[in-house]
Design a protein around this ligand. Structure first.
Ligand SMILES: C[S@@+](CC[C@H](N)C(=O)[O-])C[C@H]1O[C@@H](n2cnc3c(N)ncnc32)[C@H](O)[C@@H]1O
Length: 212
């Protein structure tokens, strides 16, 4: 299986257990002090998103199980949520109502509709875009934005990159997969051509987020 198919397959299989990581449950459970720091960082980025104000027509790439979709849908008039994994989209659907349109598609193939979006949002996705697909991905995002449109992105923070930007992942049942995982630094996000991002790392250094 090629690396992007393996990454897609990993997330299909992980969908039923995906939220355990985000909610620090199961094998992702933390000590009380580490848990407090994790959730403080989650709150920090959630507040940043709320103040950014994802209004109007919002495109969410790699929407997953919908943690952010539901948040976006509070302020957006409409969210278009794209993801390759039907299993994740089924969980996502159960979290939202009304103003979310779902698209099951491979983001490396999918083309955004010509009428464009006011906001493009993606969480924990840029780190999974391989270096040789980055320029095309950036062009796709830029093409999806209406004039004056804005970007908000969230990702994992780590102080250094992994060898070859590759990471081994394991599911609860022990099955192993390899994914692309590029840990971005704030300066690298700011330097991305054409986006003019402002980038921040949360206080406890778990999360990086950036906005235009
Ligand atoms: C790390 S998860 C992030 C999910 C969600 N944004 C969040 O923060 O909870 C990555 C998501 O990318 C999706 N994905 C992986 N490869 C994809 C591809 N080629 N096209 C579209 N979605 C893909 C997975 O199904 C998964 O839902």
């Amino acid at each position: 299986m090629d690396r992007l198919s393996e990454q897609r397959e990993y997330y299909r299989q992980r969908a039923p257990e995906y939220d355990e990581w985000w909610q620090a449950r199961g094998r992702y459970a933390k000590s009380p002090s580490e848990e407090a720091k994790w959730f403080a960082d989650v709150d920090e980025v959630t507040r940043a998103l709320d103040s950014f104000g994802p209004g109007g027509d919002v495109l969410e790439l790699a929407a997953g199980t919908g943690w952010w979709t539901a948040r976006l849908a509070r302020q957006a008039s409409r969210v278009t949520a794209v993801d390759a994994a039907p299993e994740a989209l089924a969980i996502n659907r159960a979290r939202t109502s009304g103003n979310v349109v779902y698209v099951q598609a491979d983001l490396f193939e999918w083309e955004p509709p010509a009428d464009g979006f006011d906001v493009v949002f993606f969480a924990y996705w840029l780190s999974h875009v391989p270096a040789d697909r980055l320029a095309a991905f950036q062009r796709k995002v830029s093409a999806a934005l209406r004039p004056g449109g804005r970007i908000f992105l969230i990702d994992s923070y780590h102080h250094e990159r992994l060898p070859d930007d590759r990471q081994q992942r394991e599911l609860n049942d022990g099955r192993r997969f390899e994914v692309v995982k590029r840990y971005w630094q704030p300066a690298e996000l700011r330097a991305l051509p054409g986006w003019d991002l402002t980038a921040h790392v949360t206080a406890n250094r778990h999360i990086i987020y950036a906005t235009t």
